[in-house]
Design a protein around this ligand. Sequence first.
Ligand SMILES: Cc1cc2nc3c(=O)[nH]c(=O)nc-3n(C[C@H](O)[C@H](O)[C@H](O)COP(=O)(O)OP(=O)(O)OC[C@H]3O[C@@H](n4cnc5c(N)ncnc54)[C@H](O)[C@@H]3O)c2cc1C
Length: 561
Amino acid sequence: MTTAPEKPDSATIANLLKQKLSTNSQILLTAAELAPYQLNCEGATAQAKLVVRIGTIRDIAAVLELASAHQTTKVPFSVHPISTGRNWGYASARANEPNAVILDLSRLNNISCDDETLGIFTVEPGVTQQDLRDYLNQKKLKFMVPVTGAGPSCSILGNALERGYGITPYTDHFAAVNSIRGLLADGTAFRSAVAELDKSGNDFIDKTYKYGLGPYLDGLWTQSNLAVVTEISLRLKAEPEAFSAFYLQFASEHQFEQAQQLVFTILQKLEGVVGSVNIMDQRRVTAMMAPNPNGPAAHQVMTDQQVVTLAEDYDIPAWTIAGTLYGQKSVVKAAKAEVKRFAAGQCSKMIFSDSWLINIGRKVMQLLPSGLLRKQRKMLSSLDGGIEIMRGYPNQIALPLAYWRNPAIQPAKERALNPAADGCGLLWYAPLVPMRSEAMRRFIGHVRAVCPKYGIEPMITFTSLKHDMVDSTIPIVFNLADPAAVTQAHACLEELVSAGLTQGWVPYRLNLAQQANLLEPGTSFWQISSKIKQALDPDNIISPGRYQPRPLSAKVQLPEA
Ligand SMILES: Cc1cc2nc3c(=O)[nH]c(=O)nc-3n(C[C@H](O)[C@H](O)[C@H](O)COP(=O)(O)OP(=O)(O)OC[C@H]3O[C@@H](n4cnc5c(N)ncnc54)[C@H](O)[C@@H]3O)c2cc1C
């Protein structure tokens, strides 16, 4: 493929595909059909040329066979599989290589329950958080969906392949995946050595044991371009008997170090009972609760005075810790007592979701006319939305953040939100930061110094995955309809990343431009990775450029500053 001098046109590829595919799959070629695959939050001028909406796994193999037969057909093309294509802020539905044929796997949405007592399930790429929730509800199976802030319409499998994470107890979504099946570029189907040795005929043990036998290969299929994954088997967390979300508020900016130390203590001492814990700053919580005071069209950071006013109005402290306790009633009760003990005398307010005060608040709101106490109602509904997510029930509560600078569309919760289709501008800066208060404080200074230079609201969240590990997901929200804002947003991310790398703050996940520009082909890691690619996909058929460094000549041009 790399030697092909010219790209064949889409109609030629479509004609060849038509002869190979079953009637279950659909070829999309018209501008209207391609539009959903081009709209993106990242501000890229994407050009999807051809999409195959796959109806059966057999048809994936057929597409790969045709792509591999390019020596014979003289029609070289690459393919880019997506599950639901909602990788908003990183890629949306786009391929790294603009001419790639997109394989939309969203219609492959089978779910099977491998063991309803042990909680092992197998899902295909198109299974969304909501599909899995509906399935569990319908079968009255008491398990939690590994939800994320991206909401109900996103793929379980796609998120796990990106090594995404959420806030339920099985926070690291790839960690809960025990087995992966798929196809290599030449159409070879793969499964683990355990599955191959198992003569029982049901493959069950493979679905419960992550590491298989021999070299561990499953990691190769994540954040890579080595296979088209057709199913994953994963472990779901059983719904706990008891649950309590805690919110610890710190009134003063100077109390960050105290908040950080408290999170560390809670995570270390209550491991197994506590889920992941977030620390959010005032601007981040304000953007979740209040309308943008400058209006969504303005490429303008809130003034300190605006933040103070909104924070007073909505009772938002300088720092908020949000975490969850899961377990048997007696265990959660004891853990709650411990959280109270650790936090005593440190925070300005301590709220537990199952407290009598919150329960009374809910009852009062039900009795009052809907127009009264609007802000309190909004705060309570945000709290309840957050609690649903923490319990493994997907919802759209986190999505309005993407609309903070969208002057065209309001994120009405009554309809299915899609930030890419709705023209929201969003990029993520998602670096890993050491769980040390000094490093985290320096990181806060970094974000607060860089973002405003580019008119970007500095909104800080630290998500602690383990007591020794923090990821910070900084949303760079901008008005996608304003070309200057798009340029500023990209320049902002560029500086955040490049200055951050000098401090050791390396992102856990990259967008398409970063995959092209940041990864060095000459380094030993990427050389090894390239040898693996060469062995498994010598013609570079699957997702060229995805987590695959490019030569200098092929670096991606960012919007001009
Ligand atoms: C407001 C907001 C909040 C968010 N919160 C979170 C969060 O809490 N956690 C989080 O992780 N993300 C979050 N995201 C980011 C993102 O939207 C999600 O990670 C989303 O789940 C990814 O999209 P998807 O599930 O449709 O996967 P896809 O876009 O389908 O897949 C992701 C990538 O994986 C590869 N891929 C997909 N399927 C296959 C396959 N079958 N075979 C081979 N390769 C494949 C493709 O390269 C694709 O680009 C958030 C986004 C927004 C806007």
